[in-house]
Design a protein around this ligand. Structure first.
Ligand code: PLP
Length: 392
């Protein structure tokens, strides 16, 4: 029995072997510090949990409209206005089972087989696989730590062909923590502007984990807004990864198309999750300030330790909760030739679980999440420093 080409073309995350090894070590009673996770180590705020409990008690248990119930989309519309000064009416919003599904919906709605989607690297790995699932061709644009992992307008212009359908990127970025400034976003918008058929997928899921000041969306530029699809959700900013709620703000045409696709896949996301999302959309950002402050403090603690490690090149991330240090100076030592080897070495030797940069489009790097308690982070940095020093 054969599986489809579609599924055979999708790569499995290389992190599976790492996760297995980490589990084996843990089962042997070894204290493995896991810094591989992409989720806040905080609990969902109480008002959100209360809204979900109330929804259960009030039997909010029936199918909702596919795009999400109207009052929720209205609340998200208000959130867009309040936090981003963006105008999206309720019929321009589609709520999905996580931002991941939001992106999948959009890819399936806009990409024809053979069309190209620009993906600046390092990227969130799912972008590539979802482009491929839609039959498209991901066109990776590399960036470097020296340029703070920012793609330039010149690079974008060069990569555009007659087949280019879209560009997708995240700011703040997973895995680099890079945050584009308003001026940089404007320059990207200007580079795309002459190419009328190119969409911009702006993944803003880390909006609230931004230490550089106000969040900036590329959709703020009127000349590009009609072609921009803003992707967001509650997972990262409101510590709601398990609730599985994300959404888009886009033109009515894109929203209607995503509604149509979603109607065949899920019939809309969980009704209780929608009520939780409604409470999150209504919450003022100040209510999650303690979490943001904790991430900022940890960022500085880790940065100060990491920049002292000989052989690592590290940027000072402005958002999200990741570091993405360059590690190629260790290649050729102790049988280590790539990011997976180094992660495996650090897991076995230092008992710290990280993610190879290969998974994000750059094999000269590793990703470290700092969504863990400060004492664990300090201990992990101690262990990593020692293990790397022993590599000859
Ligand atoms: N976009 C980026 C850049 C992410 O890192 C993630 C989760 O890791 C998502 C989207 C997906 O978020 P959700 O949990 O809403 O599906």
């Amino acid at each position: 029995m054969k599986l489809s080409d579609r599924i055979n073309n999708i790569v499995e995350p290389q992190t599976i072997g790492m996760a297995r090894k980490a589990r084996e070590l843990k089962a042997k009673g070894i204290d493995v510090i896991s810094l591989s996770l992409g989720e806040p180590d905080f609990f969902t705020p109480d008002p959100i949990k209360a809204a979900a409990k109330k929804a259960i008690d009030e039997n909010f248990s029936f199918y909702t409209p596919v795009a999400g119930y109207l009052e929720l989309r209205q609340a998200i519309s208000n959130k867009f206005k309040r936090d981003n000064n963006l105008d999206f009416t309720a019929d321009q919003i589609v709520v999905s089972t996580g931002a991941k599904q939001s992106i999948a919906n959009v890819m399936l709605c806009i990409v024809n087989p053979g069309e190209e989607v620009l993906v600046p690297a390092p990227y969130w790995v799912t972008y590539l696989e979802q482009v491929k699932l839609a039959g498209g061709i991901p066109v990776v644009i590399p960036t470097t730590v020296e340029n703070n992992f920012k793609v330039t307008p010149e690079q974008i212009k060069k990569a555009i062909t007659s087949k280019t359908k879209a560009i997708i990127f995240s700011s703040p970025c997973n895995p680099t923590g890079t945050v584009y400034t308003k001026e940089e976003l404007k320059a990207i918008a200007d580079a795309i502007l002459p190419h009328k058929d190119i969409y911009v997928l702006s993944d803003e899921i880390y909006e609230h984990i931004n230490f550089s000041g106000k969040h900036e969306s590329i959709a703020q530029f009127p000349e590009i807004k009609e072609r921009t699809i803003v992707i967001n959700g509650a997972s990262k900013g409101f510590a709601m990864t398990g609730w599985r709620v994300g959404y888009i703000g886009a033109t009515k045409a894109i929203a209607t198309a995503c509604d149509k696709i979603q109607g065949q896949f899920t019939s809309g996301t969980c009704s209780i999750g929608q009520k939780a999302m409604h409470a999150a959309a209504d919450l003022q950002v100040s209510s999650i300030q303690p979490m943001r402050d904790a991430f900022r403090k940890r960022r500085d603690v880790v940065y100060n330790l990491m920049k002292e490690i000989p052989g690592l090149k590290v940027n000072y991330p402005d958002g999200a909760f990741y570091f993405f240090p360059e590690i190629s100076s260790f290649f050729g030592k102790g049988g280590i030739n790539n990011s997976t080897d180094l992660c495996m070495y650090l897991l076995e030797k230092a008992h710290v679980a990280l993610v190879p940069g290969d998974a994000f489009g750059n094999d000269n790097h590793i990703r470290m999440s700092y969504a863990a308690a400060e004492d664990k982070l300090i201990e992990a940095m101690k262990r990593i420093t020692k293990a790397l020093a022993e590599l000859k």
